[in-house]
Design a binder for this molecule. Structure first.
Ligand code: AMP
Length: 277
């Protein structure tokens, strides 16, 4: 596996694949890889001639008081993990390489970016769409892999590709969990010992809420999650998916999505399911 840090070198490496009309899989990540990222990469390896994983903590998707500086980073470890699952190129650019110019064209995502995570992270999804667009332009992947863990991000990327006619197939991948149900996340390292023990109760409560979805009540749901996790709920919402609108009797697929604050970390989780299942 090659670790590449410049756009020029990456495009030189990919040139023969374009010429041969080979398929290119892209797995965008912010690094500090875990099994969730590995599953995305494995799917990409199975479906493409060559796989590029990007490893870049994107500053434009972090707000001023968020954890950009503290976000865990370990490129050497990431390179080992990516290599193990068959990634051919790990693209790990510097911030200067990705953003050499200031004050140019930026993205303004629509209403679906202002709810759920977007409500407490203003501008977050504008940054996500910016970096994803840049990666698509630089790499020109045939297929790009995204986890359902970040379901709102996935929905917005699907909208981006649809609205801007981007020639890439988006491949959604199911959430990978720890044995006790906690969704794997690079940020789980910020949980205290007690928080780590209580955190799986978020998913457990979401499952209970799913089973009783006909009587879903947001206020009660907040109380249930806070009692079970001892965290502070940022949001718990039931919406249609992937449109992220209030649920009507027409909707068949819905998302039950939640975000939870602990002392040094904010966790997200969700269940996407068909109504009546
Ligand atoms: P991140 O490095 O957290 O930005 O995540 C990179 C990609 O991996 C995103 O598409 C995430 O949705 C996906 N991902 C992260 N954690 C998981 C997980 N536990 N299960 C499935 N996909 C995940």
């Amino acid at each position: 596996m090659k670790v590449i840090t410049t756009i020029q070198e990456l495009q030189k490496e990919l040139a023969p694949y374009y010429v041969a009309n080979h398929t290119i899989g892209l797995v965008p990540t912010m690094g500090y890889l875990h099994e969730g990222h590995q599953i995305l990469a494995k799917a990409a390896v199975a479906e493409n001639d060559v796989v590029v994983m990007s490893d870049f903590v994107n500053p434009t998707q972090f707000g001023p008081n968020e954890d950009y500086e503290a976000y865990p980073r370990d490129l050497e470890r990431d390179a080992r993990i990516a290599d193990e699952v068959g990634v051919a190129i790990l693209f790990a650019p510097s911030v200067e390489e990705m953003y050499p110019h200031q004050g140019g064209v930026t993205f303004e995502a629509g209403p679906a970016s202002k709810i759920l995570c977007g409500a407490s992270r203003p501008g977050h999804f504008n940054g996500v769409l910016q970096i994803v667009t840049k990666l698509f332009q630089i790499i020109r992947p045939t297929n790009a892999y995204f986890g359902k863990k970040d379901a709102q991000q996935l929905a917005l990327i699907e909208m981006l590709v649809r609205d801007y006619n981007m020639p890439v197939m988006i491949r959604p991948i199911a959430i990978v969990r720890e044995e006790d149900g906690l969704a794997k996340s690079s940020r789980n390292v910020f949980l205290s010992e007690t928080e780590r023990q209580l955190a799986p109760n978020l998913y457990e409560t979401l499952q209970v809420l799913q089973q009783n979805i006909a009587s879903f009540n947001q206020k009660k749901a907040i109380e249930q999650i806070e009692a079970a996790t001892k965290g502070r709920v940022d949001y718990i919402e039931l919406l249609s998916y992937p449109d992220l609108q209030p649920v009507t009797s027409e909707d068949t697929q819905v998302i039950l999505a939640a975000a939870l604050y602990y002392e040094n970390v904010r966790l997200i989780d969700n269940i996407i399911f068909k109504v009546g299942e």
